[in-house]
Design a protein around this ligand. Sequence first.
Ligand code: GCV
Length: 711
Amino acid sequence: MRGPCGSSASHGGPGLTLPSASASPPGESSASPPGESGYEGWLRYRRVPDPAKRALYARWCARVVLPGASDVAQATREELVRGLGGLLGRAPQLSTEPPLEGGYLLASTVSEELGAAALQAAGVAAPSPEGYVVLGPEPPGEGRQLSVVGGDDAGCLYGVFSLLRRLHTGAGWPSGPLVERPALAWRVLDHWDNLDGSVERGYAGRSVFFRGGEVTGDYQRLADYARLLASVGVNTVCPNNVNVGAEAMELLTARHLPGLARLATVFRRYGVRMSLAVGFSSPIVLGGLPTADPLDPGVRRWWAEVASRVYSYIPDMAGFVVKADSELRAGPHSYGRDHAEGANMLAEALAPYGGAVFWRAFVYNCQQDWRDRGTDRAKAAYEEFVPLDGRFAPNVFLQVKQGPMDFQVREPPSPLLGAMPATSELVEVQLTQEYTGQQVHLCYLAPAWKEVLDFPTRGQQGPETVSSLVKGAVGVANVGDEPNWTGHYLAQANLYAFGRLTWCPSSSPEEVAAEWARLSFGGDPAAVSSVTWMLMASRPAYEAYTSPLGLGWMVTPGSHYGPSPDGYEYSRWGTYHYADSHGVGVDRTVAHGSGFAGQYHEPWKSIFEDPATCPEELLLFFHHVAYSHVLSSGRSLVQHIYDSHFEGVQAAEELLARWDALSGRIDAARHEAVRARLVAQLEHAREWRDVVNAYFHRKSGIPDSEGRPLY
Ligand code: GCV
């Protein structure tokens, strides 16, 4: 059975838990115990409620044959003990050889004899590295052996997580071979954590990696984090902020490298490699050199020494993440060099070790004058990087934000994605809800990521979507040291969905949401359908009561939380909406605006250029539109703005009502914690409605056609 992204079309859901003291014990049924902290995430492994199913699963899974001896194989073994122990109510027997009689579960790699034999007997080709095959017992329901065979150790681990997920959700094993491999090679989470333990744009507590200027020693928590990541296929993690100050530059020294190496060991057991964010001016600040010029031989030597030192501690380090010439950070421009010269210098230092450079394309003029209508921040990354196509070393990956501005609730896909055929690109999305409600508001972001991944960016030049053109995806993590990892418990769905979508971009965000809900709230159909509904309704709600039609921004400067329509309007950050007494929106047309629409291939260019064909949800991103302009609904623009804000608040009320209806069906601790956030969200949604509606009422002088009060 081979489905989307070389995987099965069936969706089971992952499954897993841990033996640590902090984990809740396996429950007696799918119903949750009275108080769950949320620490287990979706790896709850409660006992399979249906006794017949439990008995069926036990027939094969009560005995596990796992021949592997590597660290990853050991972690896989532990996960099977934890997972099957919870699901079946009894820990499985473990061995490295098949029992003489009776059913058993084989978890192996293709390079081990038992795994190779299982594939051969089934006539199934060997899976690729990180890929896996699950083979049900043959003949169905009778054969002795249920098999998970990985292309390598990580593949076996992923296959085991996949099987546990299927048992956890009651889907069981597939009837035919389930063949899976990740669609994207790089599935990365970037943390914006600082050494003092603070997290830039973090809304879930303090850093899980750093505390008081040091690398933390909370390895149990980190191992549990690694399990969560591996369960959804994330294979790389960067612990430190891309804004690298002097303190964080020291991560490259012997003072911190032993601690980082210990972190890397914890993650390596789960197939997750570590990368590190480095500062471009490190040769000066840390190395005492007079320059950081990428063409200077002394600078190149310095980076080569750094690479040698780092790899002596962490031999499988994935590479360096770099934010250069961005938001006042130094970069190659400071030395009259371009970004290819800057990135290639680091690529040269890392190449001997197989390391990569993750070079961020978030480069724009953040010292703009709002009167300057020729400069458009949306255009900046494309203008900067497209001329450099073909000049980057093979181990450089250009990390491109999903939209051309900065993680607003709605933006068009960045035209830079797919615009550099001779350059490897990664798409960067934001899990941490900087502009999307800061984990006080519910905002399930998978539908927004899906829009970008599915975008046929080359238009008439080719059918390829962004997901088929990029080499991977990077998510800015939404995790901190809060007991439930993400602050808002339902925000775990964003972490889960990032992994699931980057493993298989053809997945449906709604199915992923339902899968997460099933794993997180057990098999109660009412809970699963309501939580799925809430997740899917959440982004449209947030968009409606904040900044509809692609307008974006209007947030409080600095904190980026709460309404402030003119907060950034006259600042230097290049984020304007240009509301005046006649209309609102940014003219980005080629005909009379900034010309940004011209960065897209046809037909997108023409579609975005013309207000009549521009998707309405992006109308104000591309056009300055009169308040009296009539939209497809027959309503004027300003009336749409008013209505949308009233409707958005109603949607926030509905989210709360749906959740309230689940009272008693979900354990009290999680129910109350989520409820408190939904109540706060509703209050803040009302504030957004009133502030934005009053603003446009004053600008336009046009009253609400329904006579509702506009404060
Ligand atoms: C890490 C936005 C955020 C910054 C962030 C930056 C980036 O500007 O507000 O906090 O810095 O994006 O992506 O580099």
